[in-house]
Design a protein around this ligand. Structure first.
Ligand SMILES: N[C@@H](CCC(=O)N[C@@H](CS)C(=O)NCC(=O)O)C(=O)O
Length: 88
């Protein structure tokens, strides 16, 4: 099934983190594709995450709203709920 790329969303995540995998599964189920930033592989992603959150915990969904406001959403359960509500 072709996936729909959602502009304005970047998921800060690693491939092995169980909480991140929960979010990856939701993206698969919903047929969505978002930009991925892995702070363990990409120093710029690591710096951006730390600057925004003051910690490196993943997953975090960076949401750029249409009005330009940027929101950093931590917690896999909250990210899953938000994805289902807005893109389900
Ligand atoms: N309650 C959080 C837990 C996230 C979490 O513990 N992530 C781990 C990786 S699986 C992590 O980033 N640990 C390193 C850290 O907190 O700096 C969630 O559900 O998203």
């Amino acid at each position: 099934m072709a996936k729909t790329h959602v502009d304005g969303l970047t998921l800060y995540a690693t491939r092995w983190c169980p909480f991140c995998i929960r979010v990856f599964r939701t993206l698969d189920t919903l047929g969505l594709e978002v930009d991925i930033a892995d702070p363990t592989r990409d120093p710029a992603a690591r710096d951006a995450l730390w600057q925004a959150r003051g910690r490196g915990t993943v997953p975090v969904l960076r949401i750029e709203h249409p009005d330009g406001e940027v929101e950093w959403m931590p917690e896999s359960a909250d990210i899953v709920t938000w994805l289902r509500a807005h893109h389900g």
